[in-house]
Design a protein around this ligand. Structure first.
Ligand SMILES: Cc1cc2nc3c(=O)[nH]c(=O)nc-3n(C[C@H](O)[C@H](O)[C@H](O)COP(=O)(O)OP(=O)(O)OC[C@H]3O[C@@H](n4cnc5c(N)ncnc54)[C@H](O)[C@@H]3O)c2cc1C
Length: 432
């Protein structure tokens, strides 16, 4: 196993979160994971980094940090039962490539494929689709190394312990392997078109009911929304590389517009109108794992909340009202998606079909005041924060908006009574 002490600086994708752990490990085998936990639990905080794609402070620690970058790969794939077991550090794009060779695919994905499978599960990462749950709903088995050094293979038969482990923020222990429910490989047709925001909001129910995946991006200071739908198809793949929303934005020299808006923030409304005015319609067909992800080359920070699905439109209208009257420096579009409700205690979609609304800010622009105002709107609509996105929700409110908060806490205290896996951020949430 590779091990380093001191001077190993870790930072997240946006660059807003970093740490310099006392010890940094890159284990290559489960026995090594177990050894590291046994060596340090009880005296130091242990955290695992995935791909660093969380915007919140879920990963950083001054103590012991593990990267599972050398603990990757699919260990078993069963095409007939449509399932596969994968090591926790495997990135989604690597997983997808292997699954494709077995004729298998994930049922849903978010809009990038750079995360690790364990990291994506741990924060309740989701895609869009009102019949599809967060990625963690696809877990069939989770292998967990607990603070006591024990390896537990959790399945739905383990009841609340399994449900807690599905979205755990890494607070229950180190996940070493995950078995996933998959489906046969399939192709998707992506359609994108622009429409007035008011029309999209009036058609929300119809659009989410008639498409397997529906989402839209609204460009602040404009009436323009970019709508994106994905539906299964047997049509042959189109010859072009799948053409996602971000590739479009890149075509618009999105990075240049963002830099300009950082230098002259007041020009943002004009830049947003410029960006929105040059969007055009598109259609493409390809394998699902190539159509889902987009490339995100322009760095940003983000906050995102899940609200009851029926409140999604009202939240966007409130954001539109707020932005129009108060925020003249925002450029990034607002993203809107749907997710099916589930029974995972810490899933933001727990017990309710949800609309997820995400607010972004270019990484070189201040975001706090803007995100605070948006968080207040989300909270008015009974919102629950995405664990991997920036949020400032206090523990009392979390307790009241998660009906099974105590279930998670009971499992966490039984598996990790001394809080070996709690960094400062998690301590504030779970053990204030
Ligand atoms: C460009 C971009 C696009 C994104 N798009 C979406 C999207 O479409 N939908 C969405 O829902 N989210 C999205 N996210 C958020 C992202 O999916 C989540 O933050 C996800 O958790 C990141 O995974 P990661 O592998 O980078 O994990 P990290 O951010 O490194 O870690 C996340 C959590 O997982 C824990 N963890 C990781 N590995 C283990 C392990 N082996 N054992 C125990 N705990 C572990 C960490 O300790 C931490 O608590 C996006 C983020 C970015 C930067």
């Amino acid at each position: 196993m590779s091990q380093q002490s001191g001077n190993q600086v870790w930072h997240n994708w946006s660059g807003a979160v970093s740490c310099e752990p006392h010890r940094y490990y890159e284990p290559t085998a489960e026995t090594e994971l177990q050894e590291i936990v046994a060596r340090h639990a009880g005296e130091r905080t242990i955290r695992v980094a995935g791909a660093g794609h969380s915007f919140s402070r879920v990963v950083p620690t001054d103590d012991v940090l593990l990267s599972l970058d050398s603990y990757t790969g699919v260990t078993a794939a069963d095409s007939e039962r449509q399932r596969a077991t994968v090591k926790a550090g495997t990135r989604l794009h690597e997983l997808n490539e292997t699954l494709a060779t077995h004729g298998l695919a994930l049922a849903n994905m978010g809009d990038v494929d750079r995360q690790t499978i364990a990291g994506a599960l741990a924060t309740g990462t989701h895609g869009t689709g009102s019949d599809l749950g967060v990625l963690a709903t696809q877990a069939l088995e989770i292998r967990l190394i607990t603070a006591g050094g024990e390896i537990r293979t959790l399945t739905p038969d383990d009841g609340e312990t399994f449900r807690a482990a599905q979205v755990s923020l890494g607070a229950l222990g180190v996940v070493s392997e995950i078995t996933l429910q998959l489906q046969d490989a399939y192709r998707l047709r992506e359609r994108t078109w622009t429409a007035p925001l008011s029309e999209v909001l009036d058609r929300l129910d119809e659009l989410r009911e008639t498409h397997r995946h529906f989402e839209f991006f609204w460009f602040p200071h404009t009436e323009t929304a970019l709508v994106k739908t994905l539906d299964p198809t047997d049509d042959p793949p189109t010859s072009s590389v799948p053409f996602g929303v971000d590739e479009r934005l890149e075509n618009l020299a999105w990075g240049t517009l963002c830099r300009l808006s950082a230098v002259v923030p007041r020009a943002s409304p004009r830049l947003a109108r410029l960006a929105a005015g040059t969007l055009s319609d598109g259609e493409t067909v390809g394998p699902s794992h190539e159509v889902f992800p987009t490339r995100r080359s322009v760095r940003f920070n983000e906050t995102e909340y899940g609200v009851p699905a029926s409140s999604g439109g009202a939240v966007v209208r409130s954001l539109q009202d707020h932005l129009t009257h108060n925020e003249q420096t925002v450029l990034f579009p607002i993203e809107f998606r749907y997710t099916r409700g589930d029974e995972i205690p810490l899933s933001p979609a727990y017990g309710r079909d949800s609309a997820f609304v995400a607010v972004h800010a270019y990484h070189r622009k201040p975001h706090r005041a803007y995100f605070d105002a948006c968080e207040a709107i989300f909270e008015e609509h009974d919102g629950r924060p995405h664990w991997g996105k920036m949020h400032t929700v206090d523990p009392e409110r979390l307790q009241s908006c998660y009906p099974e908060w105590d279930t998670f806490q009971t499992v966490r205290r039984s598996l990790d009574p001394d809080g070996a896996f709690l960094n400062k951020h998690l301590q504030r949430l779970f053990d204030p």
